[in-house]
Design a protein around this ligand. Sequence first.
Ligand SMILES: [Zn+2]
Length: 337
Amino acid sequence: MIKKIIYFLPLLLSLSACSPKSTDSSVYEIATWKGFADAAINFTFDDGCPYQFTRALPMFDKYDFQATFYLIPDWVQAESKPLIQSALNTGHEVGSHTISHPGLSQLDDDLLHAELQSSQNKLQEMFSFDRCLTLAYPYCIPAKDGITSEYYIAARDCRGVIEKKTPDSYYHISSIGCGNLSDMNTLPAFQQKFIEAASVNGWCALLFHGLDDDGSHSPITSELLGEILLYLHNNNDRFWVSSLQNTTLYSKERDAAVLTEKEVERNLITLSLTDDLDDGTYNHPLTIRRSLPQKWNGVQVTQNDNVVSSDILEIEGKKYIVFDVIPDGGEIVLKRV
Ligand SMILES: [Zn+2]
């Protein structure tokens, strides 16, 4: 009898609660947009009109929304420079709008290279930031994609439609012209566009120039812009307001990401999130959720031993761990607390 028990001892030990359980990567879902929002919304401002920094920028900061400013280096006014630098420091985007604002399709390849490369270099010299990553085509006239892609991860045109969550081409991201020379000049018009974007999990990039009486093209009033941002703030579970750069990073990373559950123990789950993109550029966090394991009431999520933002949320009667992690940013550990 004793012999029999000794014989079965290794088997009994291996069935104890401490042993690893089987892994299942299918219980995870990568959000289409950050925070499981229904749509991504970009506010892009062209030409560096001064009121964009003195009047619009503080309205975005009030709600911690990020905007994109497409600048022509030589057009930037001296008094705007410190405001633009502090905008960059708080996560807003500065993108290129070329050197001389030409119709890019008219240029030979040498001139095209010069417009795209010099504007990027000049902006990176004027301001302290990692890299100028996206371009807005002057007059909405696209360049040659092959040349644009040597310098930028994405470029904005103006087809006036909601873009797909994965654009057909990142060098033709559609934007919708706004202001008093367009239909996009009332709060209901914007609300309708946002709801349309949400219904297809789409990407709504808006294009602005002037503000109030600054004398620029197709201005919008500060009052209306404030109402639009308040609406988005009040619906921030549905709409992710960020820069065109961040939306591009998120979109490409989401589509390239591979999530693998590597190890499951009673109080600890280990994951990896990888992609084949350049980690120097593609380091925006993706939002992920996983059903809350049985008997877990609290959770701490770390990546590369650093605590990341996480939450336990109940969605349609089911509890999930929701967390933000960076592809190729190191091992991810979900710990029961
Ligand atoms: Zn322009």
